[in-house]
Design a protein. Structure first.
Length: 119
């Protein structure tokens, strides 16, 4: 009887401890980790999440939806797929470029070195 009680108490303690654990890979509160699922741009527009390039296929995942080159995403057609961007063309012919890492600006290595050497 005592062993069963100790075992049940230990099992309950472990179950409660596991239920209280936080996912260590989840961002801290306030960093956008509250929304589970599709990432959204601040303006609510489409977000480029991934690019698929192969000799036979060019596609992208835009706001959680797989879109092949030439196919439509909403009212726009996926016109071009690059290694870190895609181009959407709407019905009026206007182009919208989505970047995989919109906050990152690429510069040639020489320019980056020149900027650090001037300090």
């Amino acid at each position: 009887m005592t062993r069963r009680f100790v075992f049940a108490a230990l099992w309950l303690y472990c179950a409660l401890a596991v239920a209280q654990m936080r996912d260590p890979t989840r961002p801290p509160p306030g960093m956008g980790g509250e929304q589970v699922g599709v990432a959204r741009a601040p303006s609510g527009g489409p977000v480029l999440q991934s690019v698929i390039l192969s000799p036979t296929r060019r596609a992208a995942i835009i706001s959680g939806q797989l879109v092949e080159r030439g196919a439509h995403y909403g009212d726009a057609q996926l016109a071009d797929v690059g290694h870190d961007y895609v181009v959407l063309r709407n019905a009026a012919g206007l182009l919208q470029v989505l970047k995989l890492f919109p906050a990152v600006e690429k510069r040639p290595a020489g320019e980056a070195r020149d900027a650090t050497e001037s300090d």
